[in-house]
Design a protein around this ligand. Sequence first.
Ligand SMILES: Cc1ncc(COP(=O)(O)O)c(C=O)c1O
Length: 439
Amino acid sequence: MTTTTALDLDAFWMPFTANRQFKQTPRMLVKAEGMHYTSDDGRQVLDGTAGLWCVNAGHCRPKIVEAVRKQVGELDFAPTFQMGQPRAFELANRVSEILPPSHKHVFFVNSGSEGVDTALKIALAYQKAKGEGGRHRLIGRERGYHGVGFGGISVGGIGNNRKTFGPLLAGVDHLRHTHDLTRNAFTKGLPEHGLEFAEDLERIVALHDASTIAAVIVEPMAGSTGVLLPPKGYLQRLREICDKYGILLIFDEVISGFGRLGAPFAVDKFGVVPDMMVAAKGLTNGTIPMGAVFASDKVHEAFMTGPEGAMELLHGYTYSGHPVAAAAGIATLDVYREERLFERANDLAPNWEDTMHSMKGLPNVIDIRNLGLVAGIELASIPGKVGARAYDVFVRAFKKGLLIRTTADIIALSPPLIIEKAQIAEIASKLSEAIREAA
Ligand SMILES: Cc1ncc(COP(=O)(O)O)c(C=O)c1O
């Protein structure tokens, strides 16, 4: 086993981490298989978060590992600018089999953040291509998380992620968020109340005029901000208002995609089809970084005009459609299909819901919410110390052999879709102990 005790931890400036705190008492993972990590002190840690919402098929799946191994020895890299390699085309075709029929155009990127910025750029360029270049505004939502690029933090609505980075993109506005504990606490599945929050888009249109608005971007289920589910009918209403005013609708499905909600995508779960979808994470089971934008025929066709020798979209990344990532993606889709993991998530959802809601009544738990194989457990904050209580729970859970994720005082759970019922029970029992002790 890799020994980490002698490692110098200074050089790696860790992302979204309290570096000084972490490096005093590091938590190291050195191996993974199936539902578990192994920590550097040899303990098995049940993965309650699919890594970072990405390892939907479980860890180190032999088929995916083998596909990567084979690909890297066969064609390690080839450019996709004015050149092609089969894996990228193959993955685009394969993934489009599980996309809405109108969304068969796949633009590859390397992360969710790049996917978001790509979709925003496509939206602006689309409007210009349609002769509506005055539509330059992008509308996000409070508490939205769309990664860390300048586009993503501009439309994103998590104050702490924005406030130190200057004026951001011009012309961005935000819908109000939909979180409403007063009316919706401890709801199982979608909240009953809050459809009217979609009407906030009418307010924004009235303020700026539709002729200035290119696109609205939302997470159909907001994950990183702490599992905020869309009120019943909310996404449908956003779609209607966007249609009314010629505004593109973008769903950021970086978390909700690839089975997390018990369907291939949130689009399928909610029956609302946006103009573009952004995906990443589960696309390759987290094995190799990759993301994608799935564009509708309407969007794509707007670009396929002009001289044939002209590039239609002046955008792309060196690693767009990287062969090794694409090979991982193809094998991942095979595993999802062969093991019917999206259906499995759906089948497990009632047990997941009951088990998660069994934690109601624990000290400081002020809400539990769930959908598919996702749950959010909101804790009352210690006055003046937002996040401290959930962090305490996180550390205690890890010591008990359970990995959870926290944001402020919300615990987010999103296990690999291969989880067994006994392991769902184990999550609840370890987490309950940690919550009681932290109180
Ligand atoms: C909805 C959403 N969009 C975008 C991102 C950014 O993805 P990445 O970290 O791969 O850049 C995330 C990451 O958690 C996300 O949850």
